[in-house]
Design a protein around this ligand. Structure first.
Ligand code: KG4
Ligand code: ZN
Length: 346
């Protein structure tokens, strides 16, 4: 199956062609630079930029794939979760292309696709051989932990109850005057420093504070951490680059520590032997190192996406559709975008 995938859930405009779920024939990603001056993604701006760029990006992806329109047999796009107005651009275009070409249309869940991104690495084992597994999707928009059943259905285990991990890093970078997006800068300035444990509190949930059906111990909360940094910066402002780097490092350690501990607990509770981690924050060097150490101790195989597939991209959308997941036509044609679309347990 050769799938043309489209992704426009946030501020990346992307199209890709992927064969049989894993072989990336082309993947064009455009990160909209327009949001930088605002220090965060502006939804109206994002949808306008998607509308302007997407047709050319789809054309480029088909051209670069080398198979041409005649070699494509399925159209797939992100239906949610994400920004409503952004999703609408990609989903409408996918519907239009599917109608025009007479090809089947698949609605893909963005979070599930982040977990599939690890399988776009040719060195990864086949997805069927890695299930049941635990999956963590961690980016600027989401921090969600899942149990992926042998048959491929997803069971939510935990998620953040406030900020996503990437958002927590982005906000910290802003407070520290490091710019946007903050994750990569914090990663860079913290490199080489040894974090002091416990300087910043790891947000924990107690009792009934977790969303219904989720384990409080597998949920995260990053808003307290951000407030702790705010207090710290206002009461004793860092006086040098070195002090900023030290704060960034300790803050990053709290975020990474929270994620690694949740993953470890989820592996323990489910007995899974595989852990897949995808999303923009999975680029973080400290997170990668600490996950690798934790998995080695447990004898668990860690699956990480190639750096080019960690952020939002359409290859993960086309890839996941190519494995048979998602909602297919004719049902898909009746669907509108869903900004908070939950993953499917089937
Ligand atoms: O997956 P992504 O491109 O878009 C969303 O769906 O949000 O993720 C973007 C997020 C941003 O919050 C960014 O700061 C974070 O990923 N990020 C990082 C790193 N590179 C990007 N966070 C930590 N360390 C990095 N190296
Ligand atoms: Zn994403």
């Amino acid at each position: 199956m050769t799938v043309l995938g489209i992704e426009t859930s946030c501020d990346e405009t992307s199209a890709a062609v992927v064969r049989d779920g894993r072989e990336v024939l082309s993947c064009v990603v455009h990160t909209q630079p327009e949001h930088r001056r605002w220090g965060g993604v502006v939804p109206e701006l994002a949808s306008r930029c998607h509308a302007e760029r997407l047709p050319g990006i789809v054309r480029a992806a088909v051209e670069e794939s080398g198979v041409g329109w005649s070699g494509i047999d399925t159209i797939a796009a992100t239906r949610g979760p994400g920004l409503a107005s952004s999703l609408l651009v990609g989903w409408s275009m996918a519907k239009g292309v599917a109608l025009r070409t007479g090809l089947p249309l698949v609605a893909v869940n963005h979070i599930e696709a982040h977990l599939h991104s690890v399988f776009l690495d040719p060195a990864a084992p086949p997805p069927e051989a890695c299930r049941p597994m635990v999956g963590l999707a961690v980016s600027g928009g989401h921090t969600s932990l899942f149990f992926v059943r042998a048959g491929g259905g997803l069971e939510p285990l935990g998620r953040t109850v406030d900020d996503a991990a990437g958002e927590a890093l982005d906000k910290a970078a802003k407070l520290l005057g490091l710019g946007y997006p903050g994750g990569p800068v914090i990663d860079r300035v913290a490199r080489g420093l040894v974090p002091q444990e416990g300087v910043f509190p790891e947000g924990r949930l107690h009792g009934g504070a977790a969303p219904a059906g989720l384990d409080p111990e597998l949920c995260t909360s990053f808003s307290g951490l951000k407030t702790a940094l705010l207090h710290r910066v206002t009461s004793s402002p860092p006086r040098s680059e070195a002090e900023v780097a030290r704060l960034a490092c300790d803050y990053q350690a709290a975020v990474v520590g929270a994620l690694v501990r949740r993953c470890g607990l989820a592996l323990e509770r489910t007995g899974a032997r595989f852990l897949a981690v995808g999303g923009g924050v999975s680029l973080n060097s400290s997170l990668r190192a600490r996950l690798a150490a934790m998995c080695e101790t447990r004898g668990v195989r860690l699956l990480l996406a190639l750096p080019k597939h960690c952020g939002d991209n359409a290859a993960m959308i086309a890839g996941l559709a190519g494995t048979g997941r998602g909602v297919r036509s004719p049902e898909s044609f009746d669907l509108d975008v869903d900004p908070s679309w939950a993953v499917s347990s089937r």
